[in-house]
Design a protein around this ligand. Structure first.
Ligand code: PLP
Length: 461
């Protein structure tokens, strides 16, 4: 599970790269866990996806471009669906949302989480059955809540007393009884290979467990009887590899569930453990398969329920990254290659922090490969950077590329399906890339690339 010390990932030691990074035996080899399932190298060495050559994709749609392996995405949905067959799997739409993806996840039997009016609009426009939508967010407006009630959204995850009042008033006004979960801040924070358990949490999401407001919120909903309290919700972080954080959070949230039972004699039927399941961004990451995750989470919940003498509630989980992240790679064209005084080679591509902010924002690590051809040249430690006016505009901090990488080559960066297009910006007035879905040798645009006309269309001054 844990192939390295997390700290080593960040150890930047110049031209040698981080300690874990070793020159590969074959610089053209694709590390299987990094790439969508239908990616390979074709007969002449260029990258192919679902039978299509990336050079043809780039020629037709341009670069930079997000390339989605549709069958890979669908397979990941099914893997979660099958692993959590007794439970509900909500795809966290904030990872990446467009109408085509909504239809794909719906067809594969998933539910959908949204966390803004805009995401709800996309879900409804794509025909997602409203009863299969969950609505998140720490500051849902009256307009957003009204829209959710009008649409008949399946459940609303309530985050504050202000929202509770707002939603209760709206539900009374309309004479409806929406299903709600209480978002509980359990004092567990999990990121990558570590988690921290604390007694209290200084963060904006949810009702505090330790401070008693989570219990107070649940009792208020039950006593008022306007909203239907379905259960409790906790989400402990992102890019999590170690399930012990879920163990602590499940224990804490089920203790609260037992307190609610003791106070009001009510057994809440549902429990949502959130998302955050990790994916592989580099050869160092080795994520658990959904079946193992499901087995572990179920065991944890069954154990804690037995301890509290609770019936096992219906579980739900909310994977975003683990569904869409590995199904997509970004295709870039190399513009310049610069050797900086023998310290490091900078390979500049035609996108950057506007299409992938995660490296700058989270110090995230990515991988890359030369995609338009195979090369017989030896490995060169490179840093893949973008075209923005910012020295922190790094896409891939350290990667071995063939030493003959040159302008005009295509470079592909895997694992960019989650939180890249959805967090994309127009910094430097660079148009945001489109998204192409590839399946059975055919590519179709599902999000059109922006144009300069799009940018100017908003500029009405
Ligand atoms: C972001 C988020 C998720 C999804 O997280 P991933 O890391 O993409 O799996 C799930 N639930 C909630 C409440 C979230 O905020």
């Amino acid at each position: 599970m844990r192939a390295h010390e997390a700290g080593a990932l960040h150890g930047d030691i110049g031209s040698r790269g981080p300690a874990w990074l070793r020159p590969p035996a074959d610089v053209n080899a694709l590390v299987p866990q990094l790439w969508p399932g239908n990616t390979a190298r074709g007969a002449d060495g260029a990258l192919t996806v679902a039978g299509l050559d990336v050079r043809d994709i780039a020629a037709e749609f341009g670069t930079p471009l997000y390339v989605l392996d549709e069958d890979d995405l669908r397979a990941r949905c099914r893997a979660f669906r099958d692993a959590f067959s007794a439970d509900d799997v909500y795809y966290a739409g904030k990872a990446f949302l467009c109408r085509a993806v909504v239809r794909m996840i719906a067809e594969e039997g998933l539910f959908l989480d949204v966390c803004s009016g805009g995401e709800l609009a996309v879900a409804l426009a794509a025909g997602m059955p409203p009863e299969r939508i969950g609505f998140h967010g720490n500051n849902k407006s009256v307009a957003e809540l009204s829209r959710a009630l009008e649409a008949g959204v399946g459940r609303i995850i309530v985050d504050s007393f202000t929202e509770l009042d707002r939603l209760t008033a709206l539900a009374r006004e309309r004479g409806v009884r929406p299903g709600v979960l209480i978002r509980v801040t359990v004092g567990v924070e999990a990121h990558t290979h570590e988690f921290i358990a604390t007694a209290h949490e200084d963060q904006k999401f949810g009702f505090s467990l330790a401070g008693g407001s989570a219990l107070a919120a649940a009792l208020r909903v039950l006593d008022e009887g306007v909203l239907e309290l379905r259960g409790l919700h906790s989400h402990i972080g992102s890019q999590i590899f170690d399930t012990s954080g879920f163990e602590v959070s499940a224990r804490r949230v089920l203790t609260l569930q037992a307190q609610i039972r003791d106070a009001r004699g009510v057994q809440l039927p549902e429990l949502d453990l959130g998302g955050g399941f990790g994916i592989a961004y580099t050869s160092q990451d080795d994520p658990a398969v959904p079946q193992d995750l499901a087995d572990r989470l179920r065991k944890i919940v069954e154990f804690e329920c037995a301890a509290e003498r609770l019936a096992v509630p219906r579980l739900s989980v909310e994977p975003g990254r683990a569904i869409v992240g590995p199904a997509v790679f970004t295709l870039y064209e190399v513009g310049t290659v610069k050797d900086v005084d023998g310290i490091r080679t900078y390979v500049s591509v035609d996108g950057g922090m506007s299409d992938n902010i995660r490296t700058a924002l989270y110090d995230a690590s990515y991988s890359a490969t030369l995609a338009s051809r195979a090369s017989a040249a030896g490995p060169l430690l490179a840093r893949v950077v973008g075209k923005h006016c910012e020295s922190g505009d790094i896409v891939v901090k350290d990667e071995f590329l063939p030493a003959d990488v040159q302008p005009g080559d295509l470079v592909a960066v895997p694992g960019t399906g989650a939180y890249c297009r959805s967090m994309a910006s127009n910094y430097n007035h660079v148009p945001r890339p489109g998204v192409v879905a590839v399946r059975n040798g055919r590519a179709r645009l599902i999000v059109r690339p922006e144009t300069e006309e799009d940018l100017l269309a908003l500029d009405v001054g």
